[in-house]
Write a protein that binds this ligand. Sequence first.
Ligand SMILES: Cc1ncc(COP(=O)(O)O)c(C=O)c1O
Length: 421
Amino acid sequence: MNRTKSQELFSRAQARIPGGVNSPVRAFMSVGGDPVYFKSGRGGTFVDADDNEYVDLCLSWGPLILGHAHPAVVEAVIDAARGGLSFGACHEREIQIAELILSAFPYHEKIRVVSSGTEAVMTAIRLSRGVTGRPLILKFDGCYHGHVDGLLVKAGSGLATQAIATSQGIPESITACTLTCPLDDEQALREIFRVHGGQIAAAIIEPLPANAGLLVQRTEFLELLRELTRANQAILIFDEVISGFRLRFGGYAGILGITPDMTTLGKIIGGGMPVGAVLASAATMDQLAPLGKVYQAGTLSGNPVALAAGIATLNQLSDGAAYMHLEDLGWLMESELRSSGIGCQRAGSILWPYLSSGEPPRRPDAVSSEAINRFNSIHRPVLERGYYLPPSAWEVCFLCTSHTPEQIRGFTRVLAECLRG
Ligand SMILES: Cc1ncc(COP(=O)(O)O)c(C=O)c1O
């Protein structure tokens, strides 16, 4: 493939943008080579600056469940934009999206809409601390919750549960308020609550961890987390920024049969535009300003154009038909990968080819470095054959309603060929 224009654009970008990118994983650092510059997308494919077309298996990291430029979403955005880009004041779409989202989360009563998943998590953390009057947050190794200071952490050494920062610029006084626990480890979880239970404001977890591969958890582990948070009056936050509306019209919590106290959302609820949200009981949510003393605000929160994209996307999903179609596509990809001998973990339309044999990992430290190296070595050859995988072995693939069985079969054939070398 000729990518002269992409290369020129990347050179220009590097002169003015750190690493040439506005979000680090886009820089292709772990898979090597230069990033590709895109100019348009439609359905399950997008086109780069040199007019090469790719089947998109990254889909903007999850929001584009209907694919690129879905006509209903684009129409809604154009219509909203004609009526004004931002009001900084109240409008009806705020109520429409609140009602639509809450109809799918019957265990929550109120919602605050923000502009990103990170902002939603940040709000959820502050609100949890405000409501409980406690300082500590429990996080699980391998889960990602956006670039919130106190959550950019990894486990400390030895038996300590005290977190250490994974980024410079985060004072110890902040990480001192985060505890970490391995996924899939009941004993460690019990011990943390035994020692710190009375000081934990909230435990935050991706109920379907999808940021260090797809680390599907045993329901018993999540049930224990629910039990311990309840027994210790700590808030259980399900971070469903990826899983919310991805597998069903609602949360992954509904599949698990576990009810969290708070949910954070993002990605799909914005349909490709910047929208995040926090949901909880009315009593909890009313602790937010202006009614309560926990402050949170945003110039562009509930932006009318962004909400138009979110509402249009959710309306396309609400009758459930899209999920049946996505399940069929997901199953096709999983079975094609397996019949080519490629290990694959899947939840609906989220797939993670983990490129090693044996049981799918449930913790990041169970992922072999050979599998990571294998992914890094095939990323470029797969790209050259017209399939855009997320540029990191730790990232999952997403399918959209407009992917076709031919595209999926084409991808699995190419992946198998590239793995054979
Ligand atoms: C589970 C989870 N929470 C929070 C975030 C942060 O969302 P955003 O990138 O919109 O800030 C992400 C982003 O990928 C995520 O996967």
